[in-house]
Ligand binder design. Structure first.
Ligand SMILES: Cc1cc2nc3c(=O)[nH]c(=O)nc-3n(C[C@H](O)[C@H](O)[C@H](O)COP(=O)(O)O)c2cc1C
Length: 503
């Protein structure tokens, strides 16, 4: 059976090309800033994803072509989420809420572990030891204030616990350090950090594989904060309805997707560190002087397929993969967590303009009224359930809205906050939960408490907690006129002399 767009990057690229959402760029481009600048502009214009085929400094058919904005938003009419949907084997026209609901349903399925195969395209070419020179590769230098060449912006780290019982696939950035090594943060609270600590406790370096150009479903799930001790591989199998084919590394016993474009194998040093960064992160800011001491990732082998592809994410102002993948999959997790806690929640969404920092929780009002609760009690409960969860580490601001508000419509969310959220009375602050330090005001703002505050804003009026029927009417075209008059006005719109309305 041919592989589909979620199982194979090359099929994903073909399908985007057929849809008119991909541009092959054969003009020579400079990996020094030019690839980054083009990709950034693509995100900001929601343009076709660029596949750079002619990179200055690339040797023959070797490492590598570059694929920019792999899951940026799309300008194709009715298909803004096509790249995310095709990454997950869903319909090209799926909306954001469709994707959240469908991925949330995958959580109810039994995991489907991967299938080990003896070899695959990723083993076509192999380099070992001193034949490796990462500094000779045309690795893009993505933005002028970056501290180095970030080869790893959209690749998947594979690590496992020393006893092999928990395998983690995740995305975390890394830059080139020298010929044979990378350097990058390993956040202790993330699964890769928890697993590294287990190796450190045994006095050992942690084996890793860093896989580029993996099946699109694999990279999407790698950016998802699944609960600890969950193997991403089983979740991906459940999502695709088929096990993923994986094959063994050359220098360790980690399993990697058999059709990855290329894989770096090695160990994360338990003792050696080097300065890393800065890099413009998902909140859209970079502090040019900010370097951090981070672990060294030593590379012992590279395997790759013919004419391989390096996917690249140029984080910064929205919308890029931080929003389309990370925020959307966090919304899935939060929705699932709320449902498990029996909270009356219909949908969760993170407005892309908030750079993954606002999450909007839409309640089911009928169920809320049946709960016989009140603003204070409910807001506190929602805050505790979400902020104490794994994705809660990344989320500082929650907005609770009624089901007359569309959480994916920022105009609606702002209207609800402005008109229904009374300062202090409708807000609950928490300072007992940690925050990811990548939020600019956490590392560069006022330190008002040990962990910094998080907030839940309840953007609902008291009556919404008690009355089955809302006591207000909306002052709008839809809310203030009988339906037959609305239809007449719409029908006669151009007759009155106005232009066509495109929605
Ligand atoms: C495109 C993209 C880039 C990311 N880059 C980073 C990163 O550089 N550092 C980081 O801590 N998390 C990053 N993340 C988020 C983590 O991948 C995500 O939180 C994941 O759930 C962490 O893995 P874990 O669930 O195994 O702890 C990124 C996510 C995406 C989608």
């Amino acid at each position: 059976m041919p592989l589909n767009s979620a199982q194979c990057l090359r099929q994903f690229i073909r399908e985007l090309e057929d849809e008119g959402d991909l541009l092959r760029i054969t003009e020579e481009v400079d990996p020094h800033l030019e690839i980054g600048a083009i990709t950034r502009r693509v995100y900001e214009l929601e343009e076709k994803a660029p596949l750079f085929e002619n990179i200055k400094g690339r040797k023959g058919d070797g490492l590598f072509r570059v694929f920019g904005a792999p899951v940026g938003a799309s300008r194709l009419p009715g298909k803004r989420f096509i790249r995310l949907a095709k990454s997950m084997g869903l319909s090209a026209t799926a909306t954001g809420p469709d994707i959240v609901e469908q991925v949330c349903r995958v959580k109810q399925r039994a995991p489907m572990p991967p299938r080990e195969v003896p070899t695959g395209p990723v083993k076509e070419f192999k380099l070992f030891g001193d034949d490796i020179d990462l500094t000779s590769l045309p690795v893009p230098f993505l933005r002028q204030n970056d501290g180095g060449k970030f080869i790893q912006t959209y690749g998947m780290y594979v690590v496992k616990t020393p006893d092999g019982s928990w395998v983690n696939w995740s995305i975390t950035r890394s830059m080139i350090h020298d010929k044979r090594s990378l350097v990058g943060p390993v956040i202790p609270r993330q699964d890769i950090g928890v697993i590294r600590q287990m190796w450190t406790d045994l006095g050992q370096d942690m084996p890793f594989a860093l896989c580029f150009g993996v099946p699109p479903a694999a990279i999407a799930v790698s950016g998802m904060p699944l609960p600890k001790w969950t193997n991403e591989t089983g979740f991906i199998g459940a999502m695709l309805g088929e096990p993923l084919d994986v094959t063994k590394c050359e220098t360790n016993d980690l399993l990697v997707p058999f059709n990855a474009e290329f894989v770096l194998e090695g160990v994360v040093s338990r003792t050696e560190t080097a300065p890393e960064g800065p890099m413009a992160e998902y909140p859209g800011l970079v502090f040019p002087e900010q370097k951090r001491q981070c672990p060294i990732f030593k590379v012992n082998a590279i395997t790759y397929r013919h004419d391989p592809i390096l996917p690249v994410c140029v984080t910064g102002r929205a919308v890029e993969e931080s929003e389309t993948i990370w925020a959307v999959t966090q919304a899935v997790e939060v929705l699932d967590i709320c449902r498990a806690a029996k909270l009356p929640v219909k949908m969760v969404w993170s407005p892309f303009e908030s750079h993954c920092l606002w999450f909007v929780v839409q309640v089911d009002r009928r169920e809320l009224v049946a709960l016989k609760t009140n603003i204070k009690e409910f807001t506190e409960r929602v805050g505790r359930v979400i902020f104490s969860s794994k994705p809660g580490f990344y989320i500082p601001k929650l907005f609770i809205v009624g089901d007359d508000i569309d959480p994916t419509n920022l105009n609606d969310v702002i209207w609800a906050e402005a008109t229904r959220c009374q300062p202090f009375a409708n807000e609950v602050f928490f300072d007992e939960y940690p925050n990811i330090p990548l939020i600019p005001y956490i590392s560069h703002g006022i330190r008002a408490s040990e962990n910094h505050y998080k907030v839940v804003k309840c953007c609902m009026l008291t009556s919404e907690f008690t009355d089955e029927v809302l006591p207000w009417k909306v002052g709008s075209f839809r809310g203030s006129y009988p339906e037959d008059l609305q239809q007449k006005v719409e029908k006669n719109w151009t007759k009155y002399g106005f232009g066509e309305v495109t929605e």
